[in-house]
Ligand binder design. Structure first.
Ligand SMILES: [Zn+2]
Length: 287
């Protein structure tokens, strides 16, 4: 009986050895180059292990970006000043929008950063037109609270005028990392100017900002979004590398003319919900 059991075990052990051998033979066939099959399987296993430790790096840049356009950040009574209301965003509402951007993981960058033609994922440009005083008194502290930056289009002929930032306030903005762009000298309709007038508006504003504040100005904001072919050509000739209109939309850095970038206007009519809706619509069409 004992002998029979031993034989049974021996037979069973042999069966396992044969089956195992066959398995190994088919899994890792020994080829002319030696144990190449096994080596390749082992290297594949290693790759999988490496990948789990260091996941493959996905591209972290993209070529699409919303350029948001604000004007005043102040409280306006809609019934007393309808036009002013439409040009403004309520400070409380503005802060909620910045909070949303923070929560959604947005990074704020400058117009000049767009010249690379690629931007970090979820990047956004916040532009403020006209160099208004409430940018300094109201918007800047909120931007700083959330660690954000912005670009301000300065009308150099209006510096220190009523409702506009003084030279000292603009200097403080520059110190805080705010980008200055030109919004020309007099905010004239650029589609109605001669080549010589365009030159004055473009060159004087740019050189004034550069000399007074020690910055490099590459960006232009067309006053009231008005331009024609001559104006765009003049902007290019006078050293501007990037310009924004008031046309609605997200900027496509790979296809759009860099001197005609559209923007996403935000004011009291949008409020917080409208702001979120516009950004969500933009995100949803991204690849
Ligand atoms: Zn303007």
């Amino acid at each position: 009986m004992k002998n029979y059991i031993n034989k049974f075990y021996l037979f069973f052990a042999l069966l396992i050895a044969v089956a195992g051998g066959a398995f190994l033979h088919f899994q890792f066939p020994i080829t002319a180059t030696g144990n190449a099959g096994l080596t390749s399987v082992l290297s594949q296993v290693k790759e999988v292990v490496d990948e789990s430790l260091n996941p493959p790096v996905l591209p972290d840049t993209e070529t699409q970006i919303p350029i948001v356009m604000y004007h005043y950040v102040r409280v306006v009574d809609k019934n007393k000043d309808a036009l002013g209301y439409n040009l403004s965003i309520d400070p409380e509402n503005f802060e909620k929008q910045m909070q949303y951007l923070k929560e959604q993981g947005y990074t704020t960058i400058h117009m000049a950063d767009l010249l690379d033609k690629k931007v970090p994922k979820k990047a956004i440009v916040l532009t403020f037109d006209d160099g208004l005083e409430d940018f300094y008194t109201t918007a800047l502290p909120i931007l700083q609270k959330y660690g954000f930056t912005a670009s301000n289009g300065i009308i150099t002929g209006m510096i220190g005028a009523r409702e506009h930032m003084t030279e000292e306030q603009i200097r403080e903005c520059v110190k805080a990392g705010i980008e200055l762009t030109s919004h020309t000298v007099n905010h004239f309709d650029m589609s109605k100017l001669t080549r010589a007038e365009l030159k004055t508006q473009l060159v004087e504003s740019k050189s004034y900002l550069e000399k007074t504040f020690g910055v490099t100005v590459v960006g232009l904001i067309y006053p009231s979004g008005r331009y024609n072919e001559l104006a765009v050509q003049a902007a290019r000739d006078e050293g501007y590398e990037i310009a924004a209109t008031t046309q609605y939309g997200e900027a496509y850095l790979d296809t759009h003319n860099m001197l005609l970038l559209p923007r996403v206007r935000i004011d009291n009519r949008d409020g917080y919900n409208g702001f979120v809706k516009k950004l969500e619509a933009i995100e949803s069409v991204k690849k």
